[in-house]
Write a protein that binds this ligand. Sequence first.
Ligand SMILES: Nc1nc2c(ncn2[C@@H]2O[C@H](COP(=O)(O)OP(=O)(O)OP(=O)(O)O)[C@@H](O)[C@H]2O)c(=O)[nH]1
Length: 363
Amino acid sequence: MSSNPGPSQGKPKPITIITIGMAGAGKSTFVQRINSYLHTENKPPYILNLDPAVTRVPFEANIDIRDTVNYQEVMKQYNLGPNGGILTALNLFTTKFDQVLGLVEKRAESVDYVILDTPGQIEIFTWSASGAIITDAVASSLPTVVAYIIDTPRTTAPATFMSNMLYACSIMYKTKLPFILVFNKTDVQPHEFALEWMQDFEEFQAALASHSGTRDSEGEPTYMNSLMNSMSLVLDEFYKHLKTVGVSSMTGAGIKEFFQAVDASRTEYETEYLPELERARAAREQSLRDIKEDSMNRMMKDLEVDRQRNPQAFARDHWDEDDNEDPDGDDIDIIDRSEEPYPGEYIDLTRPREENINWPRPV
Ligand SMILES: Nc1nc2c(ncn2[C@@H]2O[C@H](COP(=O)(O)OP(=O)(O)OP(=O)(O)O)[C@@H](O)[C@H]2O)c(=O)[nH]1
């Protein structure tokens, strides 16, 4: 695994797009659309399908999880339901992910974009250990951006919109990666309403108030209504860190703008994510060094206590460098007990091996 995803001499490293979204949001159709766009731009991408349960993908994946793990077999063998089967299949595949990354890195010189299509059940990727391992492995090797696909026609109700944004927010803070909100299916429903709600929380609160069911029988705002009002203020901060694009995976509208957002994310990755990653790496290494040093200090302290308690023994045991010279020339002092006559043998003290030994008897 490469440890330097930063800009190098010559061709910049390919940027990885991880597509995530609720079931039916249009991830696969979107991947197919960006794939055909990149082909027309003469920049064919490298595609990974990570959905083991998908029956048909509308694109030719370079690496397909289904070639490695048979999800139906996993369900049978491990006696699992569909979601457990998908999760276990993804876990099994993750154990081989270093090979996947090796293959991707081999193609780094010839491709500009690597695309990951993830399982339809969003939580299987976003909240599983394997999803986190895959995301971290890719992001520590190549510049990476998350494309969060939203089903725009199904997000026009303020409560649904809020749930979707909270989900996106949690993924963004979990991965800490550059994040693009992709409002898909704009051929059916333009996404301007969402932009207005994101730019001005009062617009969102007004939309919320105009929806039925937001007041109880006494005319007071319901608990949900108050909660969502407050959340809209909280999310205001989250919206500032986002790029948004409206696309139609059906017609291809907005795809060019999507790639402008992706290319802009490279800078964000290099200036924000990468230094954070290197800081985390350095902190981890420092903490390992600290643990080692602490153990060493404790061991030396213990030795010091022993020396003070028993200075004569210490004087006898004093390690003389000259005494330590190995006549054979190989400086190994470790004793191999397996050379002894009865290595590791259980000794039954009640039946001494040599009869002439006078074992003390209990009185
Ligand atoms: N009108 C319209 N329909 C779309 C668009 N994108 C996807 N769809 C439709 O939305 C449905 C779901 O699309 P998929 O690409 O299968 O969605 P997905 O998120 O990959 O689905 P799962 O992986 O099963 O969760 C399909 O019927 C698509 O034809 C779009 O931009 N416009």
